[in-house]
Design a protein around this ligand. Structure first.
Ligand SMILES: Nc1ncnc2c1ncn2[C@@H]1O[C@H](COP(=O)(O)OP(=O)(O)O)[C@@H](O)[C@H]1O
Ligand SMILES: [Mg+2]
Length: 241
């Protein structure tokens, strides 16, 4: 579903957010991107959403090389991807229903069809009875669930979320993750940036750990550790000969 090949992102000020990054996420996976602040998590998600373009390397999403998606085609490209942000990005002068309906209205979906889809999405996040309320009358966790409903209302195959539980307490965070898990169970691929390791471990999902714009060296892939291990094994064997 997602493949990065040697992706570097250098910003105009010279800052390199990603450095020759290669990774892949299979169709139907639920994967977390972890790493300290500044590791490159948001930049990775922005490249997938075509909010940013790579300086070099390839970003391939659902078989499409994003390099070939022209600026004119970006809106259509983005419609296939659901996006969830830490700060919700809701319209506060519109009720919940309108917020969730927004992507469908932009896509020109008819009113009756849109209503049905909005209600289904609100039902999936447990907010069906709040469709007439305005976002500021909802709790932070509920507002985040409105953001999730809006992200999935067009039934995307891929959902990307940037620190979706960053402002939530542990209970609400787990609830949001359970909602994501349910989407995953019906086949949606999810890529979620988070630094809440405890929560991720609880879910038992694969982790892509970023450090300073590259993949963090895994302990079992550490060439020095592997060398030391082999050296010690050989020495032990020699002792018995
Ligand atoms: N628009 C930008 N211009 C310059 N530097 C940026 C920009 N966006 C991000 N960066 C830098 O790129 C690095 C990675 O940022 P980011 O992807 O936001 O990391 P994370 O989401 O893991 O905290 C940071 O050093 C950040 O300061
Ligand atoms: Mg970030």
């Amino acid at each position: 579903m997602i493949r990065l090949e040697g992706v570097t992102k250098r910003f105009p000020n010279g800052q390199e957010a990603l450095k020759g990054l290669s990774l892949s996420v299979d169709d139907g996976e639920m994967v977390f991107v972890t790493g300290h602040s500044g590791a490159g998590k948001s930049t990775l998600l922005k490249l997938i959403a075509l909010i940013e373009r790579p300086t070099s390397g390839q970003v391939i999403v659902d078989g499409q090389n994003t390099r070939r998606v022209s600026r004119r085609k970006v809106p259509a490209y983005r419609r296939q991807i659901g996006m969830v942000f830490q700060d919700h990005k809701l319209l506060y002068d519109r009720p919940v229903f309108d917020n969730v309906a927004l992507p469908l209205i932009i896509a020109g979906v008819g009113h009756r069809d849109a209503s049905r889809k909005v209600r289904a999405a609100l039902d999936q996040v447990g907010l069906l009875r709040k469709e007439r309320q305005f976002p500021e009358t909802l709790s932070s966790g509920e507002q985040q669930r409105v953001g999730i409903a809006r992200a999935i209302v067009s039934r995307p195959k891929l959902l990307i979320a940037d620190e979706p539980t960053g402002n939530l307490d542990p209970d609400l965070s787990l609830e949001v993750m359970r909602i994501f898990r349910r989407f995953n169970e019906v086949g949606v691929t999810l890529l979620i940036a988070s630094h809440d390791i405890a929560l991720i471990d609880q879910l038992g999902c694969r982790r892509i750990a970023l450090e300073d714009g590259t993949l963090q060296q895994q302990a079992d892939e550490d060439p020095v550790a592997e060398y030391v291990e082999r050296y010690e094994a050989e020495r032990e064997r020699d002792q018995w000969q």
